[in-house]
Design a protein around this ligand. Structure first.
Ligand SMILES: Cc1ncc(COP(=O)(O)O)c(C=O)c1O
Length: 381
């Protein structure tokens, strides 16, 4: 059931992000049912949505947290996620941040030989995961593909032997291999190809007990889009594990790091139409928000459904929905049929629970939008 967005917007003002915690709990449960189980661990990639109540709800469903920065790790700890369930994916990490993470007992995933040397110097004997670039990538847009040729992420497979040597020389124990090959992945094929490469690598590494296969599962954004089939992916992984059984010293524990899939559909951004004008044969609908609050359309050409909360039954009209920033790319939708929007109407963007507020900025010195999280129809703090 959609939350009472118009009421909330009237009470809190716009622009306003609204999160449905019960829907998030149900998504977390779905992932657990389809992907969890024995020798499986789930980590919520909180870069998707770092609202405290959201993180707490996903953690309450049994997820650990994948953190991309010291700030995200600190938030997870502050929300009472135990340190050993917080996984820091270090990218260009500062030594002092690595030292703090190790001191607090977080797990770390290292994606460069220089990080391996740094961690070895700080905490010899520690167990670490190595992030691999498995040579395959996938995603809904080139900017969200994080594996394959020319990717900045991870240790290329060709460098893995050197990385393992560096870890041994630094006194580290390589406990696991990790790959996260992209986001908004619609079909399991590339993820299974990546898993296969990790299994092949693990077959030659007796100490490896964990394969972290990252996240990346797509959600539907347009009417008719299909959701990533988590159950089919789980089935494909079982088949792969069976194929590798004889070649692996131990059956590895599988870890996953979904973000978007858990929270994306459960978020809304409500904005008010401030300006309606005709120009060059187009009708522009100007909102009191902009790409500073919802970057995905400008950054990835991403599509979000837009509903007119004030006049859902009005005749459809094709319009340009634009933001209030001094940027030409500040466009949410072009030639989009929406029930005729008038000044003062409230519009809602759907499926903005992931990479919405978490990518927001204060560009043009607009304040960040307000956020409200609901559970059982009640606002949570
Ligand atoms: C290392 C890592 N794991 C997991 C994720 C989550 O991806 P998604 O939200 O597509 O599931 C990301 C996203 O960038 C990531 O960088």
């Amino acid at each position: 059931m959609t939350p009472p967005l118009a009421d909330l917007a009237r009470r809190h003002g716009t622009p306003l992000y609204v999160y449905d915690l019960d829907a998030i709990g149900a998504r977390a449960q779905q992932v657990t049912d389809q992907l969890g189980g024995t020798a499986r661990r789930l980590f919520y990639a909180c870069k998707a949505n770092a609202h405290r109540a959201v993180l707490a709800r996903v953690a309450a469903a049994g997820f650990g947290v994948e953190a991309a920065s010291p700030g995200e790790a600190a938030l997870a700890l502050d929300c009472d996620v135990p340190a050993d369930q917080v996984l820091l994916s270090a990218t260009n990490a500062r030594p002092r941040d690595l030292a703090a993470a190790l001191e607090r007992g977080l797990s770390v995933t290292l994606g460069a030989i220089s990080d391996i040397r740094r961690v070895g110097a700080l905490a010899p004997g520690r167990e670490v995961l190595l992030r691999i670039n498995p040579g395959v990538g996938d995603g809904s847009h080139p900017h969200v593909v994080t594996g394959g040729p020319h990717s900045k992420f991870g240790i290329p497979l060709e460098e893995l032997a050197a990385a393992v040597d560096a870890a041994a020389a630094a006194g580290l124990v390589v406990r696991g291999l990790h790959a996260h090959i992209g986001s908004g992945i619609a079909e399991p094929t590339a993820l299974l190809a990546s898993a296969r490469r990790l299994l092949e690598a693990a077959a030659g590494m007796p100490g490896v007990r964990v394969l972290d296969l990252g996240g990346g599962f797509a959600i539907p954004y347009r009417d008719g889009d299909r959701e990533f089939d988590v159950a089919a992916y789980a089935g494909g992984l079982e088949t792969l594990l069976a194929e590798f059984e004889a070649r692996l010293p131990v059956r590895p524990e599988l870890w996953f790091e979904p973000g978007r899939f858990v929270v994306g559909p459960a978020g809304y951004l409500v904005a008010e139409v401030m300006c309606r004008k005709e120009s060059g044969g187009l009708t522009f609908i100007g909102l009191d928000t902009g790409m500073n609050h919802l970057l995905r359309p400008a950054l990835y050409g991403a599509y979000h459904r837009i509903v007119n909360l004030s006049a859902p039954q009005a005749l459809l009209e094709s319009v340009e929905v634009v933001g209030n920033l001094c940027e030409t790319t500040d466009v949410f939708a072009s030639d989009r049929p929406i029930p005729r929007p008038e000044e003062g109407h409230l519009l809602a963007f759907l499926d903005v629970g992931a990479y919405g507020y978490s990518m927001a900025s204060r560009y043009n010195l607009w304040p960040l939008p307000k956020e409200v999280a609901l559970s059982g129809g009640r606002e949570q703090t």
